[in-house]
Design a protein around this ligand. Structure first.
Ligand code: RUB
Length: 318
C-alpha cells in the first residue's frame, strides 16, 4: 500500500489513465469515480478524519494523471462533495453511493445527448470524426438506431491512432468507413456533410479543448461551410474557467512522435507533442449536451447553472 493508504487497485486505475489504457474524457471520469469508491470500500481507516485524508490523497493521485480533461476533476468534485461527519461508516457509504450515482448519470447523459446529436444528422450524411469520443459515438449510434443511413470519414489521429478505435466501432454499427491521415482532412471535407468531434473541456467562453488537430479541422470546416458539432456531456464543462482559470494542455512524450534512434540520426531537433488544442467558439456551430444543444457562446449560462459556485478542489489537502 502507498504512504497515504492508497489501495493497490486504485493505483492500478491511476496508472491505466496515465498510460492511456483508459482514455477519453468520459472513460477517465468513470474510472476516477470507480477508484474513489474502491478506496472508500477497502480502506482500513478507523475514523472519519483518517478516511477523509485517504480520500483526498486518492483524489490527488487521480487528479495528477492527466491534466486536460475536466471530467476528471468534475468526477472527483461530485463524488467527494460532502466529506463531513464523524461516522466513518456513514462517510464510506456516502462516497460509494455518490460514485454509483455519478456513473449512472454519466451513462444516462450519454444516451440523452446521443439523441440530441442524432437530430442534427440527416439520413444519407457523411460525417467526419477526429480521435475517438464516446459522446460522438452516442450521436452516431442514436442516428443509426433511428433508421438514418450514415457513412464516415475518420482521421487516423496522430500520434496515437485513436481513429482506429472509432473506425472499428463505426464498422460494428455497419457504418461504411474511410480512414484518412490527419493531413488529408481538408481535402476530404468536400465529401463531408457534418464534422462531429468530442471535447475534453469546454471553457466558459465556449472554446472547446479536444484532441490536437481539432482546431485546424474546425477552421477548415468553417472555410468550406461544413457544419461542425461538438458532442460533450455537461461533465466536460469547466467551472474553473468562470473564475479566470485556464485549461492546462497536456504535453506528452516526444517518443510518441519520433523514435529515439531516428531522432538521433536526424540530428539536433526540438520535438513537441501537445495532446490537445483549443478551438475558439466562432468556428463551431453547436455544442450538444444531455441538456440540449447550445450555441458555443451561450454555454456560459449552463456552466453557471450547473457549477455556479467557486469550484471545490477535494484533491488538495486541507
Ligand atoms: C480523447 C479525446 C476525445 C475526448 C472526448 O483524447 O480528445 O475526443 O476525450 O471523449 P485521448 P469522450 O485519447 O488523449 O484521451 O466523448 O469519450 O469523453
Amino acid at each position: 500500500m502507498d504512504a497515504g493508504g492508497v489501495r493497490p487497485a486504485v493505483r492500478e486505475i491511476a496508472e491505466e489513465i496515465e498510460s492511456m489504457e483508459t482514455r477519453g474524457a468520459a472513460a477517465i471520469a468513470e474510472a476516477a469515480a470507480t477508484a474513489v469508491a474502491i478506496q472508500a470500500r477497502e480502506s482500513d481507516a478507523e475514523s472519519a478524519e483518517a478516511l477523509r485524508v485517504e480520500l483526498r490523497t486518492t483524489a490527488s493521485r487521480l487528479h495528477d494523471t492527466r491534466p486536460t480533461a475536466v471530467s476528471l476533476p468534475n468526477a472527483l468534485r461530485f463524488v467527494l462533495a460532502e466529506l463531513a461527519g464523524d461516522d466513518v461508516e456513514a462517510l464510506r457509504e456516502d462516497v460509494i453511493e455518490r460514485s454509483r450515482t455519478f456513473r449512472e448519470r454519466l451513462d444516462t447523459a450519454q444516451a440523452d445527448l446521443g439523441r440530441v446529436g442524432a437530430g442534427r444528422l440527416r439520413d444519407g450524411d457523411t460525417v467526419m470524426t477526429h480521435c475517438h469520443s464516446t459522446d460522438v459515438m452516442a450521436c452516431v449510434e442514436a442516428a443509426v438506431e433511428s433508421g438514418k443511413s450514415l457513412s464516415a470519414i475518420v482521421t487516423e489521429t496522430r500520434p496515437r491512432n485513436q481513429g482506429h478505435i472509432t473506425a472499428r466501432e463505426l464498422r460494428a454499427l455497419d457504418v461504411p468507413v474511410t480512414l484518412v491521415v490527419d493531413g488529408a482532412a481538408r481535402r476530404y471535407l468536400n465529401d463531408v456533410d457534418h464534422v462531429l468531434v468530442g471535447a475534453d473541456s469546454v471553457a466558459a467562453d465556449g472554446s472547446v479543448i479536444n484532441k490536437i488537430g481539432t482546431s485546424g479541422l474546425a477552421v477548415n470546416a468553417r472555410d468550406r461551410g461544413t457544419p461542425i458539432t461538438v458532442a460533450a456531456g455537461t461533465i466536460k464543462l469547466d467551472p474553473a474557467t468562470l473564475y479566470g482559470g485556464a485549461v492546462d494542455i497536456e504535453m506528452r512524450e516526444e517518443s510518441e512522435v519520433i523514435d529515439p534512434d531516428t531522432r538521433g540520426e536526424i540530428g539536433d531537433i526540438a520535438v513537441e507533442n501537445p495532446a490537445f488544442d483549443v478551438t475558439p467558439p466562432r468556428y463551431l456551430d453547436a455544442i450538444v449536451t444531455e441538456r440540449g444543444q447550445f450555441p458555443p457562446e451561450s454555454v456560459v449560462t449552463l456552466i453557471r447553472e450547473l457549477y455556479g459556485e467557486q469550484p471545490a478542489a477535494p484533491w488538495e489537502s486541507v
